[in-house]
Design a protein. Structure first.
Lengths: 339, 339
DNA sequence: CTGTTAGCGCATTCAC
DNA sequence: GTGAATGCGCTAACAG
């Protein structure tokens, strides 16, 4: 345990017999030329003194932080994965990403996180639509900090520089098409209303699918939360001829369906077919294996980070024409035994 | 979009017709008394000017950051939950927690994260044992930044101020006891070696359980990774009389076991009993429901944060006698249909 | 109660 | 190539 006071360039400068300017140059700026001798000398001294640059001082001085902020509703499942990938992408571009969970869309926590991030003078913000309220988000735009939304549909034009949304609607629409094509006599959607806009996108896609490919097929939409899964499944199958198909909100919603099917002796995929979203661990290891839409985390993360960096001016738009403000990221279907 | 330059206390001071010291006092220092009039005046002005304190400047000046750092191997499952709870606890104590994922124990990323955190002058560090290597961790102690380990067993005394470990060994030992008591004729452990020390703790507990409660019962330890689950289960059941019992590394490892049992027509819990660890979503919604050890996230988070804050001097030890350096946190068993 | 002043640690002109 | 000087935005004594 060394002394509380960490060592600064001043001490390095003294020990090396040079000025602090020189130390600063050789240590954190490749651009300035110095004699090989001083370079080595300074580096050695700094090393053995255990010098560690003070981020705050540096940031204050140069008026930039190389820091990005992320606010997500939670850190589990999709959000955790997303955060991890974003962190990697940010790092690859020389930035670092501070991750905050708004604790399941708690508006107070959200505001506080936002405030902390803004006070740190992050150069850009990435927020998940579910984690943000319109009003508190307004304060960002006034701060001049660029914001890109993840899975934020229909946000006011002026509030963010862009959005990177997963094409849940498209996935659900295609799911319906597939189920219909594989002979389902009825198709249901089991959602998750508390994920409001996320659920809404799926419903939109589901209904679009029914209209386009359903051909008058009977269909119904229910919410997974508080659903008596056994009763629902039994009734759904009895009221229609088999096979019936279900589009599920995600793999978490699907697991109870699988479970119920086992219990009721419903044969998958002969009597019941399921397509869900996320393609997480559950999808791969459940019985039967879940057909599920895979999420392109890396691509989504890259896209989001790029949008920010281009805006910041740290990176130039590599494409000829500027990218669309909002981009819809397609998912890819992984077929397993539930279809 | 306002100007790039954010407004400072200087501008607030001018607009309010007071000195910057006064502004600083009323805005970010509750302790100093000021006349109600100036207080209101300053607050109003600051508000309408959109003043936002610059964290870097404040930190530099007061030589403290009110920031804590966390390094975990990932952000999924247990780690995500842990991070979230730690963030909450930190917040409750007026600190904020910067979360970093070391990308599955990548030593380079680990070092970089550590460096970033140290350069930020975080006041304390929380690291998951799996995310850290001994050597790079050494540099922390020299920095004088207190470190508390999460699930880090057998670390050198001098490296951390303490550890908060989940009692996986105890849970596994008890699991064996339960399985034996409920008539299992053989007991197996399905682990996850790539989680090395975490897996090791479970093995230790498992073996201790066998020795203490096994009474010469046949047992075996295998690794879930790359295991031919179907073959293993079939063979395990054929080689012994039923019921047989299995202690699984966690719910993720259990799911494939459940799946295989379904496929093979093995009856749970008559022929096969399973106890696993984590009690996550899978445990609750799988079929049959998994008996699993629940993790006391909040308690673990509180304990870790408290250790740090006490060391920092931000919080006094509320207990009479100082807490043990390392604390072992017990899990609680949630019984479901696999036992 | 309020204003003056002196840094915090570092980056950055601009002379030498 | 290198060094003295200036300022980033804010806090912390210390005067008034």
């Amino acid at each position: 345990m060394s002394k509380r006071k960490s060592i600064t360039i001043v001490e390095v400068a003294e020990a090396a017999g040079v000025s602090i300017a020189t130390v600063s140059n050789v240590l954190n700026r490749g651009g300035i030329r110095s004699s090989q001798e001083t370079i080595r000398k300074v580096e050695i001294i700094a090393e053995q003194l255990g010098y560690r640059r003070n981020t705050m001082a540096a940031g204050l001085s140069r008026n930039k932080t190389s820091e990005l902020g992320l606010i997500v509703p939670g850190l589990n499942g999709y959000y955790g994965q997303l955060a991890e990938h974003l962190q990697i992408e940010a790092h690859n571009s020389g930035f670092h990403l501070s991750v905050f969970s708004s604790g399941g869309s708690d508006p107070d926590i959200e505001r506080r996180n936002l405030e902390v991030l803004l006070q740190r003078r992050v150069e850009g913000l990435i927020c998940h639509g579910l984690a943000m309220g319109f009003d508190s988000t307004r304060s960002i735009v006034n701060s001049g900090t660029p914001l890109v939304l993840i899975n934020g549909w229909n946000w006011p034009e002026d509030i963010a520089i862009g959005a990177v949304n997963l094409d849940f609607a498209g996935a659900c629409k295609q799911s319906v098409a597939l189920l219909a094509a594989s002979g389902c006599k009825a198709i249901g959607y089991v959602g998750s209303k508390r994920s409001n806009v996320i659920d809404e996108q799926r419903r939109i896609g589901f209904i679009a699918g029914i209209q386009q490919y359903g051909n008058g097929i009977p269909h119904e939409l229910v919410d997974g939360k508080g659903l008596g899964v056994d009763d629902f499944l039994k009734s759904f199958i009895q009221r229609h001829s088999t096979p019936v198909g279900i589009v599920a909100f995600d793999d978490h919603v699907s697991l109870p369906l699988l479970t119920a099917a086992q219990r009721l002796g419903i044969v998958i995929p002969n009597q019941l077919k399921i397509i869900s979203i996320n393609n997480d661990y559950i999808a791969e290891h459940s019985f039967p294996g879940l057909t599920s839409w895979d999420i392109p985390y890396t691509f989504q993360a890259q896209t989001a980070i790029n949008k920010l960096l281009i805006k910041i001016g740290h990176k130039s738009d590599s494409n000829q024409e500027p990218e669309a403000r909002d981009v819809e990221v397609p998912l890819t279907l992984i077929q397993r035994e539930t279809t």
